[in-house]
Design a protein around this ligand. Structure first.
Ligand SMILES: Cc1cc2nc3c(=O)[nH]c(=O)nc-3n(C[C@H](O)[C@H](O)[C@H](O)COP(=O)(O)OP(=O)(O)OC[C@H]3O[C@@H](n4cnc5c(N)ncnc54)[C@H](O)[C@@H]3O)c2cc1C
Length: 469
């Protein structure tokens, strides 16, 4: 049972951000009680929505003085429970901080508030011939603040790299309400240690990013998009190995399995993928026009050599959008099959994909669970989506056991527990699979530099709950 905040704390918060931006009504708090990891739900004591860095600092100062835990929140699309409220905590949301402060085309930089939606930034920079490269599949909803905290990736990060490669400056509110500026003006460090690098991927455990400076890239001259259709996932996995092993550098290589194809084709997002196919592979090349066709031809050959029964190639922007549709709408389509979804995001070496995918299918059968796969194959970043209904406790137990087996399988195959969704609460228990006690102690020490009282996102990421309370 969540404890309500003391009236004087509510009053203090209201004085800082205005009554409309302090939510304590239990009905309105329902919206905030989980993120994309819907199996877990906790009602926060309150949600506060500041509008500026100074308001964030004042809110954090007050909560710190009261010893109240703080959960930063962007759009709540995270899949590892990072924005899940803590029972004693207050959620500080960035939804009102959604302004693009500056676009600097000459220096190819942009400065934004943390609540800016990822896709809005590229829309705003397009007229300058520029784009923001990290493109999570949730980009129409997720925020830059969430992307920074999770060091998010996306389909095109195979070629362009993840968020950490693009963040050059941050304004951060630390515990106690201290405001610090890290990096900036195109440099990730003003001299000394790379504190921007340290903050990116800190999963809301270090403080709240209130301003973000990012690098922009010139929009590529041309693009070629292919869709390979395969009888089996194994064959599609071999095609990925062939493509990547042949020296090509596609912008994206994404796999969609049969269960996902069936879900998409039965939904309003139907993309025209054949429903009897075992897997589909989206491969995209971008860059200067010269050489693009050659790359696409070679990738097509790799697909056929791996056993593709058909390879489609987009000849217009509309056709390209159609080929991508099945991939981009996959998560939405799965909502038709089951009320809840647990998305794992372990990574494995690319060469292990066929073997690991076969083992995941076997785990699904053994636990009598439907597992649909749609993932960033070029990076070896798996997303087995386990479909279930959280109201069925026995099924939820099977989901958790299957999920644990998948984690062990991926780590044993030489992979790791998260490619891009973060540890949050979901994978906190698996941290010791990939870190020894000394490494975990180092992580705790680094965190303590930013947040000595562990008020931000307490109980997340680090495995030892005793050390976190
Ligand atoms: C359909 C779907 C597809 C997805 N595809 C991808 C994908 O391709 N690649 C990928 O990487 N992820 C993907 N995700 C996961 C998710 O969208 C990303 O992790 C995203 O970066 C979260 O952003 P958010 O604004 O929703 O953050 P939230 O979920 O609100 O928060 C995420 C974490 O960031 C912290 N946080 C939020 N804002 C701040 C801030 N200003 N300062 C400090 N900490 C903060 C929170 O405390 C939490 O720990 C997907 C999710 C969905 C639902």
């Amino acid at each position: 049972m969540t404890r309500p905040l003391a009236p004087d704390v509510v009053r203090g918060l209201t004085e800082i951000v205005g009554a409309a931006n302090v939510i304590t009504d239990p009905d309105r708090l329902l919206v905030y009680e989980s993120d994309g990891l819907s199996a877990y739900r906790v009602s926060p004591r309150a949600v506060v929505l500041p509008g500026t860095s100074d308001e964030v600092a004042a809110v954090v100062t007050l909560l710190h003085l009261e010893g109240i835990e703080i959960v930063p929140r962007g759009a709540g699309t995270g899949l590892s429970g990072g924005a899940l409220p803590t029972p004693d905590g207050v959620v500080v949301g960035t939804a009102r901080m959604n302004r693009i402060i500056e676009i600097d085309p000459e220096n190819r930089l942009a400065r934004v508030q943390p609540g800016v939606i990822n896709a809005r930034l590229t829309e705003a920079t397009q007229p300058y011939g520029l784009f923001y490269a990290p493109d999570p599949s949730s980009q129409s909803t997720c925020t830059l603040g969430g992307n920074v905290a999770e060091n998010s990736g996306g389909p095109h990060c195979l070629k362009y790299g993840v968020t950490s490669r693009y963040v050059t400056g941050l304004t951060v509110v630390l515990a106690g309400g201290r405001i610090v500026k890290l990096g900036g003006a195109g440099r990730d460090s003003a001299g000394g240690l790379d504190l921007v690098g340290l903050f990116v991927g800190s999963e809301g455990c270090f403080g709240i990013a209130t301003e973000i400076e990012v690098r922009l890239l010139p929009i590529a001259e041309g693009v070629r998009t292919l869709l390979g259709i395969f009888e089996t996932m194994e064959a599609a996995g071999h095609a990925v190995t062939e493509i990547m092993g042949s020296g090509l550098l596609p912008a994206a290589v994404e796999i969609i399995d049969r269960a996902t194809i069936e879900a998409v084709e039965a939904s309003i997002f139907a993309a025209g993928y054949p429903t009897d196919a075992g897997a589909a592979l989206v491969v995209e090349f971008d860059g200067t026009e010269a050489g693009l066709d050659l790359g696409a031809d070679r990738a097509e050959k790799c697909c056929f050599e791996a056993g593709a029964r058909e390879v489609r190639r987009a000849t217009s922007e509309a056709e390209r959008a159609a080929l991508w549709k099945g991939r981009k709408k996959a998560f939405g389509a799965m909502g038709r099959i089951a009320p809840d979804l647990l998305v794992q995001d372990a990574t494995v070496p690319r060469t292990k994909l066929p073997e690991v995918l076969a083992r995941i299918a076997e785990i699904g059968e053994r636990y009598d669970l439907k597992i649909a796969n749609v993932f960033h194959a070029g990076d070896g970043n798996l997303h087995p989506n386990i479909l279930f209904d959280r109201k069925n406790a026995e099924e939820l137990d099977r989901v958790e056991r299957a999920s644990t087996e998948i984690m062990h399988l991926c780590v044993d195959a030489g992979g790791t527990i998260t490619g891009e969704h973060g540890v949050g609460i979901d994978k906190r228990g698996y941290m010791s699979l990939v870190h020894n006690e000394t490494e975990l102690e180092m992580l705790r020490s680094v965190r303590a530099v930013f947040d000595p009282d562990r008020l931000f996102n307490r109980g997340k990421v680090l495995p030892d709950p005793l050390a976190e309370t």
